[in-house]
Write a protein that binds this ligand. Structure first.
Ligand SMILES: C[S@@+](CC[C@H](N)C(=O)[O-])C[C@H]1O[C@@H](n2cnc3c(N)ncnc32)[C@H](O)[C@@H]1O
Length: 303
């Protein structure tokens, strides 16, 4: 088996039994119309987040949707940005994306190797990766995508990546290949201290049954980045859970959509979990893990 097949199958084994729509939303009853509405609202929400931080979807913007799936976000983005590139490891899902997005000459869909972004440096204004890294169990792949995302981003461009917040392990997956590796606060510190780029925001999607937070960074040009690296050498960045802003990202996005009833109930009735930024040492025994794990298992069983 090649490395790409391993990366691909780890994620997709779990999804093959479901439809692409159900696999992506975790909602068995999702209908195509709701899926589309959900994607449009999610894209608008993402746009408002980047606009909060000074990037507007102007006609000159070029965006990358990393792990684009069937194009839930790429499609609405293509109405707003002049050029959208969807990259995904999975050829089958890209074939579905092609149909879902339809004929649009400002969208390209590209299969990658599961680790690298096949573009030159400083190419994109915005690099978005949502609902992907939190499912990847290999921490090196996640770290590699941060550095690849920053490489292909133009100076002053914005990177917005989502990462899981469950207390799993450094290799991810409690009982499901869908649960990605634990990202430590110190990983983000190291990234910021070593690259000199700017942390704009970390926000927690408090309503999501697959908990995650988004990290939003701005790429500095080489001179500004070097200056920042030098100043951080004596005063390193140390982020913590306190830097995370709870954001009701999904509320208002789809609770009026009929096929989300079940998930909504889960959120409404579910115990609110505290945000964890994994600064604690990795737990030795899974038996000692927090109540979060029980909740995850319950969720995975569909209780
Ligand atoms: C849950 S779907 C999310 C799709 C899309 N971002 C969305 O929000 O609708 C995750 C996607 O990530 C892709 N993926 C998983 N591992 C990947 C990797 N190592 N490199 C690139 N894409 C990957 C999968 O093929 C799948 O299409």
């Amino acid at each position: 088996m090649t490395e790409k097949e391993i990366l691909n199958s780890k994620y997709w084994e779990d999804l093959r039994s479901k439809s692409a729509l159900a696999g992506i939303t975790l909602d068995e009853d999702i209908n195509p119309r709701d899926f589309e509405t959900y994607g449009n609202r999610l894209a608008e929400r993402q746009l408002s987040i980047i606009e909060d931080h000074g990037l507007t979807a102007t006609s000159s913007s070029r965006i990358l949707d990393l792990g684009c799936g069937i194009g839930r976000i790429s499609r609405p983005f293509s109405d707003r940005f002049s050029e959208v590139v969807g990259v995904d490891i999975n050829a089958e899902i890209l074939a579905v994306a092609k149909e879902y997005i339809g004929e649009k000459n400002n969208v390209s869909l590209i299969e990658n190797d599961g680790r690298t972004i096949p573009f030159q440096d400083n190419h994109f204004d915005y690099v978005y990766c949502g609902g992907v890294l939190q499912h990847i169990p290999d921490i090196d792949v996640i770290a590699g995508y941060f550095s690849e995302g920053l490489r292909v981003l133009k100076p002053n461009g914005i990177l917005n990546f989502s990462i899981q917040t469950w207390m799993t392990s450094r290799v991810g997956g409690i009982s499901s290949p869908r649960i990605g590796a634990m990202v430590l606060a110190k990983d983000i510190d190291t990234l910021l201290n070593e690259t000199g780029h700017k942390l704009i925001a970390i926000y927690d999607d408090v309503e999501d049954p697959v908990p995650h937070f988004n990290i939003v960074l701005s790429k500095r040009d080489p001179v500004a980045a070097q200056k920042s690296i030098t100043s951080r050498a004596s005063d390193p960045v140390r982020i913590s859970s306190n830097d995370v802003t709870p954001r009701k990202l999904r509320t208002g996005i789809f609770e009026d959509l009929p096929s989300y009833t079940q998930l909504s109930l889960l959120w409404v009735n579910g115990r609110k979990r505290p945000i964890t930024f994994f600064t604690a040492p990795e737990p030795k025994s899974p038996g000692k893990l927090s109540k979060n794990i029980k909740r995850i298992k319950r969720f995975l069983r569909g209780d």
